[in-house]
Write a protein that binds this ligand. Structure first.
Ligand SMILES: Nc1nc2c(ncn2[C@@H]2O[C@H](COP(=O)(O)OP(=O)(O)OP(=O)(O)O)[C@@H](O)[C@H]2O)c(=O)[nH]1
Ligand SMILES: [Mg+2]
Length: 454
């Protein structure tokens, strides 16, 4: 395999940049570009997991001073010999160090090439490689900790457990077909049904957690609605911790949608503060309300805000009708004032309300907890492994279909070898999930998501 090279840090100015080389010629190439002077040693003599301080050259031209880190196969990220050159974090100087490595015989690495090599060299499974991309893109604590668990093989182990169960059944069927007269236990329909139902349950459980996993991965879309002046923008500002939306006592202050990404109780939440819902002749406000109604359709959770210091009005009731059966959290605001709102009337329609004062610090904490508990994110154990993307989900759906077909075949009294064929197909799907049997196109698709240098 060729020796590849790429800049592993972003194309931006920073304190330090890293250029990574991986492959059989990593030491030879790094030796041409990097001359250690502390310790005074040839690059090829350096032991794995050691560093040297030295000068970086492009031919005869000195480019920079820097640090070289070396890893010896198989004890490296890719499983190959790897050298990492750390230079000053300027865009030009980093590019020059890369060019010097390319001139010395390295080839440019494709997106995700280092992780792909780690996969091909057996350093990690496909689901673990996917978790690396998720760690890089994580913006919140929950996705980070779940992705770390995936990186350590949480989903891989779940997939392995399922494939072992399928193999046990397949092996029994094969033995029974091949040696019917032996002592092999007879494969009864009852035994098959029990074993296959267990596998089906494991697969269904993975699928049922997919939506919760999606919220952790992609973030929660949360829309704040209510009639004008109830304090939507004040709540938005309290959740984001800054003056994002304009607040005023004039009804109809917010007309456009104001968005902000915030971290609530460990989850990433995309908040949308909307125009207050009311009948209006104002053209701009009307458009704002229309956009808000559309946004409502795609929301994961809706904060329906009411002014606690006023009685429930017709506008409030119309809002309740609009939001219908969505995942709604009623928020009764302005609890620092005398409460005149009939709390029962709201709660009987929308469920338990969060009673807050957006002007007080605790509001963000209360709403954050309410959102994560309503979406069951607080009970989600991502450390147990979960389906992190559409590819993984499609594999499990396929496996489940074949296990169901096998179960139907058992119930219909079809011959055991027909059941065996379905189980083979189910096993293939589970192997594709973990990457044990993923085709080149599947692998290429996975690494498209990666950045160059990872
Ligand atoms: N006393 C009290 N006043 C509040 C509270 N929250 C908001 N307000 C006041 O209510 C008024 C309206 O607040 P906004 O946040 O602009 O209300 P809004 O729902 O965004 O209004 P529109 O954008 O017009 O739809 C402002 O004068 C706020 O200071 C609260 O918890 N207690
Ligand atoms: Mg507003």
């Amino acid at each position: 395999m060729s020796t590849v090279c790429a800049i592993a840090t972003p194309a931006a100015v920073g304190g330090i940049s890293a250029v990574r080389i991986s492959g059989e010629q990593a030491f030879e190439i790094a030796g041409k570009v990097f001359k250690p002077f502390y310790p005074k040693i040839e690059v090829k003599e350096m032991k794995g997991y050691t560093a040297a301080y030295g000068k970086i050259f492009d031919g005869g031209e000195r480019l920079d001073d820097g640090v070289l880190l070396v890893y010896r196969a198989p004890h490296s990220y890719t499983g190959e010999d790897v050298c990492e050159i750390f230079c000053h974090g300027g865009i030009y100087v980093t590019q020059r160090v890369l060019t010097a490595c390319l001139k010395s015989g390295a080839e440019p690495a494709a997106a995700g090439e280092f992780t792909k090599r780690a996969l091909l060299n057996g350093k990690m499974s496909l689901t673990q490689a996917e978790a690396v991309a998720d760690i890089i893109s994580a913006q919140g604590q929950q996705l980070l900790s779940c992705s770390n668990a995936q990186r350590e093989g949480a989903l891989y182990r779940r997939a392995e457990a399922v494939s072992e169960k399928i193999m046990e059944v397949s092996a029994q069927i094969s033995a029974w077909i091949d040696y019917p007269d032996d002592d092999t236990p007879v494969v009864t329909p009852e035994w098959l049904s029990e074993k296959l139902s267990d596998v089906e349950n494991d697969l269904s459980e993975l699928l049922s957690e997919y939506d919760t996993g999606r919220l952790i991965r992609e973030g929660i879309s949360c829309v704040i609605v209510g009639k004008p002046n109830v304090g939507k923008s004040t709540i938005m500002n309290s959740l984001s911790g800054r003056q994002r939306s304009i607040v005023s006592s004039v009804a109809g202050t917010t007309r456009d949608i104001v968005e902000e990404t915030v971290n609530l109780n460990g989850a990433v939440c995309l908040l949308s503060d909307c125009a207050g819902i009311r009948e209006t002749d104002d053209e701009i406000e009307k458009i704002g309300v229309e956009i808000m109604l559309k946004r409502l359709e795609n929301a994961d959770v809706v904060l329906a805000v009411f002014d606690g210091s006023k009685e429930l009005s017709d506008e409030d009731l119309r809002l309740i009708e609009h939001i219908g059966s969505k995942n709604v959290i009623p928020v009764v605001n302005k609890s620092d004032l005398e409460i005149k709102l009939d709390l029962n009337a709201v709660e009987s329609r929308l469920g338990k309300a969060a009673v807050i004062s957006a002007k007080e610090g605790k509001a963000a904490e209360i709403i954050g907890k309410e959102i994560t508990s309503r979406l069951k994110l607080d009970r989600f154990d991502g450390n147990a492994g979960f389906l992190a993307n559409e590819r993984q989900r499609a594999c499990v759906i396929r496996a489940e279909e074949h296990v169901r077909a096998a179960l139907s075949a058992v119930t219909a009294g079809v011959t055991a070898d027909a059941v065996g064929v379905e189980l083979e197909a189910a096993l293939d799907a589970v192997y594709e999930l973990s990457g044990k049997k993923a085709g080149d196109e599947v692998i290429a698709e996975v690494f498209k998501r990666f950045c160059v240098g990872k």
